[in-house]
Design a protein around this ligand. Structure first.
Ligand code: GTP
Ligand code: SPV
Ligand code: MN
Length: 611
């Protein structure tokens, strides 16, 4: 039975039924009874069925489920992701583009009758706290129970979202998903920003199919934000409570699998804990930000859960993330420990289970399996490098008391970062918002397993949004500049960090994880204006003595700190030359609208480096 009287929703659902021709239509109200029944159904599927999910050890991991996707369907597919705007220029040079009419026609053929013999689930959901002026409603149609159960964790799902939409509004995002035959040759992840519409077909994994996440909350929302005066960003949101009781909120944009979840849930080192510092998580992946009544920038996390990278997560690296996965969590493409029906992944501990099922489904002796060198020259892996947990945010021991605050939290600092083996120092601050916008445009990072394709290749990833900007990248930068003008002297300060700088032997020089608190400490003091800095050609750098190393003096010697904070002029001249080439060739020459103010920043940095 339809859960809404809203004629816009009903008309669209009818059209999608006519197109996909499901045997049955189920409206997802979000009730426990309904979700339990769907869980029973999907776990009862026969072994070998590709939709099958498994209940894990219900004593050790109550409410937890396990699923494996097909080996060709384990990450976002950027080469099959499209922004379909009326003109190619509106999509700009960072996106694949296709004419909307052409794409609708092509995909309609693939969707025609695709749900014959299947059940269609209609999922109403809210991105952002119900009732928040910053929240938005979406409806996802899918033929996958796995999607329903994940959306239940990742969003505020169910009938309440329709209450928020009301009986007449047409302001909701229409998402159509079918796993179809999970055929990689016909896999498409398509956004139509002008129509508030997303069509996804032939995948059953993560950001390709949980349409509230990257497709809506970044690609569609970035376009909405430009038109409506707010920002949708690939950023974590955290709060640092200081000994004086004040909480400072910081957002940070790092590319996929570059440390957002880890930073968002950071546990301060002993030195800081002893003084009373605490960190609270508001979000680990996406921030929606809008100026508030007091003129400051406020951020909400549109999501309600964490779709986090499993490998590398352990009690030491990210205790809070691990604790978040102990109940009501869905694990995807990790390994099974068959001895007790629990999960395992590389980096959880040093003991791969002997009786294991690896991520592709083969039963193996985990110890022997991981001792064999694979085709990539590295030990074989039991869990896929992009295996993930889907965990409710309220499971997190350090979830912020402001998590559901409809107003959001006021942002004092914005951080950019990426994986850079060289050149980029541990931390530096922009001279002002415009320079900070330049810094964001200049983010580049070594690629990770979060998207298909080569790993470890340096690529430009402006604002960590390369795969997620739903319109012309130059117009997006112009929007950043406009937001800065609007915020004026209330704008957050902008910083850049690099946890991944390497020594001559390829080892990370900075311990990272909890010790990143030491860098946040410097950032907070800079925001409060209580500390000086070195003015360099690229921005403000910390004075050596201002990075607190109490407790890690042996690990981070003065020589290492020198290297971490070094600004090598020759490398930076190359960096700036590459940025000019990027603006000229990759962006401007391809219709990318680079704002003059950003070219002017390039000129200024160049002049400072040569001066
Ligand atoms: P997405 O969910 O894909 O957007 O990723 P994310 O940005 O949330 O990345 P996440 O926090 O899951 O980290 C991914 C990988 O980076 C993990 O393997 C971590 O172990 C590693 N990592 C995170 N923080 C640090 C750090 O401070 N130093 C080092 N060396 N590695 C880190
Ligand atoms: C990312 O790749 O940045 C993710 C995972 O957060 S996914 O939801 O698959 O996009
Ligand atoms: Mn992400």
């Amino acid at each position: 039975m339809a859960l809404t009287k809203n004629p816009n929703v009903l008309k669209w659902v009818d059209e999608m039924i006519a197109l996909t021709k499901p045997e049955k239509v189920v409206w997802i109200d979000g009730s426990k009874e309904q979700l339990d029944a769907l869980t029973d159904e999907v776990c009862a599927l026969p072994e070998g069925n590709r939709d099958k999910m498994y209940r894990l050890n219900q004593e050790k991991l109550p409410g937890c489920l396990y699923h494996r996707t097909l080996p060709n369907d384990v990450a976002r597919v950027e080469d099959r992701t499209f922004i379909c705007t009326p003109t190619k220029e509106e999509a700009g040079p960072t996106n694949n583009w296709c004419d909307p009419a052409e794409m609708y026609a092509k995909l309609s053929k693939l969707y025609d009758g695709v749900m014959k013999g299947r059940t269609m689930y209609v999922i109403p959901y809210s991105m952002g706290p119900i009732g928040s002026p910053l929240a938005k409603v979406g409806v996802e149609i899918t033929d996958s129970i796995y999607v329903v159960l994940n959306m239940n964790i990742m969003t505020r799902m169910g009938a309440q979202a329709f209450e928020n939409l009301g009986d007449t509004s047409n302001d909701f995002v229409r998402g159509l998903h079918s796993k179809a035959d999970v055929d990689p040759e016909n896999r498409y992840i398509v956004q139509f920003p002008q129509d508030n519409t997303i069509w996804s077909i032939n995948s059953a994994y993560g950001g390709n199919v949980l349409l509230g996440k990257k497709c809506f909350a970044l690609r569609i929302a970035s376009y909405q934000g430009k038109n409506e005066g707010w920002m949708a960003e690939h950023m974590l949101i955290l709060g640092v409570k200081k000994p004086d009781g004040k909480v400072v909120y910081i957002t940070a944009a790092f590319p996929s699998a570059c440390g957002k979840t880890n930073l968002a849930m950071l546990i301060p080192p002993k030195y800081y804990k002893d003084q009373g510092y605490e960190v609270f998580t508001v979000g680990d992946d996406i921030a929606w930000m809008k100026p508030g009544e007091d003129g400051r920038l406020y951020a909400i996390n549109p999501e309600n859960g964490f779709f986090g990278v499993a490998p590398g997560t352990n009690a030491k690296s990210n205790y809070n993330a691990l604790a978040s996965t102990m109940k009501n969590t869905i694990f995807t493409n990790v390994a099974l420990n068959n001895a007790d029906n629990t999960v395992w992944w590389e980096g959880l501990d040093k003991n791969p289970p002997e009786d294991a099922t690896e991520w592709k489904g083969a039963k193996v002796n985990g110890k022997e399996f991981t001792a064999v060198i694979g085709a990539d020259g590295k030990p074989q892996k039991l869990a896929h490098p992009n295996s993930r947990f889907t965990a409710p945010a309220h499971n997190c021991p350090c979830v912020s008391p402001e998590f559901d605050n409809p107003k959001g939290v006021p942002v004092s600092a914005i951080i950019f970062g990426g994986r850079r083996a060289s050149t980029t120092p541990l931390v530096y601050q922009s001279f002002d918002w415009t320079h900070g916008t330049y810094m964001g445009s200049a983010v580049s990072s070594e690629t990770t397993a979060a998207a298909t394709g080569a790993v470890g290749v340096l690529r430009h990833d402006p604002m960590a949004m390369k795969p997620f900007i739903g319109y012309n990248v130059g117009d997006y930068w112009a929007h950043w500049l406009e937001m800065g003008e609007k915020l004026g002297d209330k704008a957050p300060k902008i910083f850049n960090v690099n946890w991944f700088k390497q020594d001559e032997n390829g080892n990370f020089m900075w311990p990272g994880f909890g010790d990143n608190m030491r860098v946040l400490d410097w950032i907070i003091k800079r925001c409060e204006g209580t500390i000086d800095a070195e003015e360099t050609a690229i921005g403000y750098l910390p004075k050596k003595e201002d990075i607190n190393l109490t407790g890690i003096e042996d690990e981070v010697t003065p020589e290492i700190l020198d290297k971490l904070l070094a600004v090598d002029k020759d490398l930076w001249k190359k960096e700036i030359a590459e940025m000019r080439r990027y603006y000229d060739e990759d962006i401007t020459a391809k219709g990318g609208h680079v704002p003059a103010a950003l070219y002017a920043q390039l000129d200024k940095i160049e002049a400072r480096l040569n001066g």
